[in-house]
Design a protein around this ligand. Structure first.
Ligand code: DGL
Length: 273
């Protein structure tokens, strides 16, 4: 029988922060990671472009045998997931599934805020899509959501500049812009899978009483729950604890950077889409 790894996709390295938590929680499955580094960042691109790129990546992961693909990218989850789920999946293979990272987060975010005021730090694309305010409203209508786009943060991470004084400048600037929207904000969500790499600098610039949430563990817990509720998908997922990494850009660059995100050495293979 053909191996069916769980596909994990991001525009670049960010999804590795999610894969790291998923594999820690669910080590028995096989995984295939795809980073579209050659076309990253997605956060500044149009809906059409993010959709087109994400669909191409999902199709490739399906071709590798995946029955389940996780878009470990907020921008793709915000701009492409719904269309892929509703329009493309039924035509491609109704037995396959694509999940995102926004729903698992918005389902539980209200539990963390005492004041009911939540801040979202994300890419331009995610902010403009309004996905977080719309989804949070469904689960926690009383919660007020404030958003701040951080257009420089992904480039800082992807270009290895996240320890630089430039990173300090932009992190401080965007956090202040978010917190200036309301003194009541007591919970901040890092709604981009790249941002956990900036966590130390984010903490330094955020008042101690504010809770900062990353998505990795949240998404991993939600995936575990999903697999428990969907045996028709779970039984298809192969279980040899094997992981392969693929990038649309240089494998050397990918391997050098990826270990920081994933926490372990990574050896990738190149693919052209
Ligand atoms: N890591 C992705 C996210 O979570 C996007 C980064 C990008 O702009 O490509 O939104």
């Amino acid at each position: 029988m053909k191996q069916q790894p769980i596909g994990v996709f991001d525009s670049g390295y960010g999804g590795l922060t999610v894969l790291k938590e998923i594999t820690a929680r669910l080590p028995q499955y096989d995984y295939i990671y795809l980073g579209d580094n050659a076309r990253s960042p997605y956060g500044t691109r149009s809906f059409e472009t993010v959709y087109e790129y994400s669909l191409e990546c999902v199709k490739w992961l399906f071709e590798q045998g995946c029955s389940l693909v996780v878009l470990a990218c907020n921008t793709a989850s915000a701009k492409a997931l719904r269309t892929i789920q509703q329009n493309d999946l039924p035509k491609m293979d109704a037995g396959k599934r694509v999940l995102g990272v926004i729903r698992p987060t918005t389902e539980i975010i209200g539990q963390f805020s005492k004041t009911g005021n939540v801040g979202i730090l994300a890419t331009n694309g995610t902010v403009i899509s309004n996905s977080y305010p719309i989804e949070i409203e469904k689960f926690y209508p009383q919660v007020k959501v404030y958003q701040q786009a951080c257009p420089m943060w992904v480039p800082l991470v992807e270009n290895d500049e996240y320890h630089s004084p430039g990173a300090d400048y932009f992190i401080k600037k965007n956090i202040n812009e978010l917190l200036d929207q309301s003194v009541q904000i007591d919970t901040i969500l890092l709604a981009c899978t790249h941002y956990p790499l900036l966590i130390d600098k984010i903490r330094e610039n955020t008042p101690a009483h504010v809770t900062i949430l990353s998505q990795g563990e949240i998404v991993a817990t939600s995936l575990q729950d999903y697999l428990a509720r969907h045996p028709e998908i779970e039984t298809k997922c192969s279980k040899n604890s094997e992981i392969s990494f693929h990038t649309t850009d240089s494998t050397e660059d990918f391997d050098n950077h990826a270990a920081i995100f994933y926490g372990k050495p990574v050896k990738s293979t190149h693919l052209s889409l």
